[in-house]
Design a protein around this ligand. Structure first.
Ligand code: FPP
Length: 249
């Protein structure tokens, strides 16, 4: 039976973030090079984004390349960057057809020039789309993001543009790469690893965490529904008691 029937369309997470892990192991398991796994990750991305959009998720954020991933062999880094460029070029008409707004977070200046160029074009061309916002985390590291935010806030304090007593969570939010995104409601990590790996540390403060053994290239619509159903069975208390949640206090 289609799992969609088990989903409460009134309780859909607004923002889902995904650590797409396991491409390398998936490829090795087939006797292939790691890059083969990255290429086969695209179907999973497409299907997940389409399914998320279909059920009313408004924001989906994908960990595509971390600051630490620059330390991988040059061959793999180059292959990932070229996959990014060809994918963005190829998918642009699909983003338009599906009304997807594309966004990116991370140290984008460190990406190769051709990747920066196509990324800027795709972001600009899709900026008025509004069915779902698809954010790629590229050369992204959460600690680096927080360091940057602190530097930028400090500069404003030093220049007397900001009173130190006015610094609050909202000000910090506004200085993160994710300033235009809401908090994460659900974080999914594939491949059985139980780690956050420097992804959206600030933004997942109250997120529900979902881990699955499925390797990312195998992740499909049904697996995404499993994560949503699991999320919907949790009670999100945000520090309150169950009784307070029940009586809407
Ligand atoms: C983790 O698997 C995946 C990555 C480090 C890269 C994610 C990239 C993609 C899903 C494809 C390219 C993205 C775009 C936007 C075109 P891993 O290589 O760490 O796998 P392993 O843990 O099995 O070694």
């Amino acid at each position: 039976m289609e799992k969609l029937k088990h989903i409460d369309l009134h309780k859909i997470p607004n923002h889902v973030a995904i650590i797409m892990d396991g491409n390398g192991r998936w490829a090795k398991g087939k006797g292939m090079q790691r890059v083969f796994g990255h290429r086969n990750a695209l179907t999973a991305i497409r299907e997940t984004a389409d399914t998320a959009s279909e059920i009313g998720v408004k924001f989906i954020t994908l960990y595509a390349f971390s600051t630490e991933n620059w330390n991988r062999p040059k061959f793999e880094v180059d292959a990932l960057m070229s996959l990014l460029v060809t994918t963005l070029k190829k998918e642009l008409p699909e983003f338009q057809r599906k009304n997807v707004k594309v966004n990116a977070i991370g140290n984008l200046d460190s990406l190769p020039k051709n990747a920066q160029k196509i990324l800027a074009k795709v972001i600009d061309d899709t900026k008025t789309n509004n069915k779902i916002t698809l954010t790629f985390a590229l050369s992204y590291g959460s600690r680096e993001e927080i360091v940057n935010a602190i530097k930028n806030i400090s500069k404003k304090v030093v220049n007397s543009e900001l009173d130190i007593e006015k610094i609050n969570e909202k000000i910090i939010n506004n200085h993160l790469y994710t300033f235009n995104l809401p908090d994460v409601d659900l974080l999914i990590r594939t491949s059985g690893e139980l780690r956050i790996s420097n992804f959206l540390l600030w933004q997942i403060a109250y997120a529900e965490l979902y881990f699955t053994d499925i390797l990312w290239p195998d992740f499909r619509r049904g697996h995404f529904f499993d994560a949503i159903i699991d999320y919907q069975n949790r009670e999100r208390r945000f520090g309150k008691t169950s009784e307070q949640i029940e009586t809407n206090e």
